[in-house]
Ligand binder design. Structure first.
Ligand code: CU
Length: 201
């Protein structure tokens, strides 16, 4: 009896000492594509979690207009994040988007500015904003606004890693430029969870 009590106290003590970070999981996976151009630049993210809100990061991601392209081509951000648009070319570039998440009422034109200048915009609406330049119609990029900080953009092979995901049951979603949205339920536990997602035309 005495021994058992000792163990119970020790157990409770160890549980208290375990930092939350140790219990966080990692979601590692690959996106397989069917009938679309590339497995690269696909946004994979944990969908909205009921009762949870997240503070936008203080750091502002930069989207560079360089060599007549938007770099990176696809940028994923948590809702509320401010993005800085930088022009690095010796010509004036414009930035506008015709919609966000397919909603044309959210169209916005940031204007046109010269090399070295930068303009911020805070993205408060969920979904993809297709970036365009009205000076150079061949330029295109995307800002994809997601509801949780658990997101990644795939590399050339379609690989992605979501870090520091708290254990739980979630819906994992994938957005791509030219494929249908995909989703899959996942259970995250401490350690690494491996998933395969399929995106098709
Ligand atoms: Cu341009």
């Amino acid at each position: 009896m005495k021994m058992r009590k000792k163990f119970a106290i020790l157990g409770a003590f160890v549980a208290l000492l375990l930092p939350a970070a140790v219990l966080a999981g990692e979601v590692k996976g690959t996106v397989e594509v069917h009938g679309i151009r590339s497995a690269e630049h696909i946004v994979v993210y944990v969908d909205a979690i009921a009762g949870k809100t997240f503070e936008a990061p203080a750091q502002h991601p930069v989207i560079n207009q360089i060599r007549m392209t938007f770099q990176p081509h696809v940028t994923a951000v948590l809702k509320g994040t401010t993005v800085e648009f930088l022009n690095s070319d010796p010509v004036g570039h414009n930035v506008y988007w015709p919609s966000v998440g397919g909603n044309k009422k959210l169209t916005h034109n940031l204007g046109t500015w010269p090399k070295g200048d930068k303009k911020p915009f805070q993205f408060n609406d969920l979904g993809a904003a297709p970036l365009l330049c009205n000076v150079h119609p061949e330029m295109s990029g995307y800002v994809v606004v997601v509801p949780t900080p658990y997101f990644a953009v795939t590399d050339k092979e379609g690989n992605f890693t979501l870090k520091d995901v708290p254990p739980g049951h979630y819906t994992l979603k994938a957005w791509s430029e030219d494929g249908k949205p995909a989703s899959q339920d996942i259970d995250v536990t401490a350690g690494t969870v491996t998933v395969k997602l399929s995106v098709s035309k």
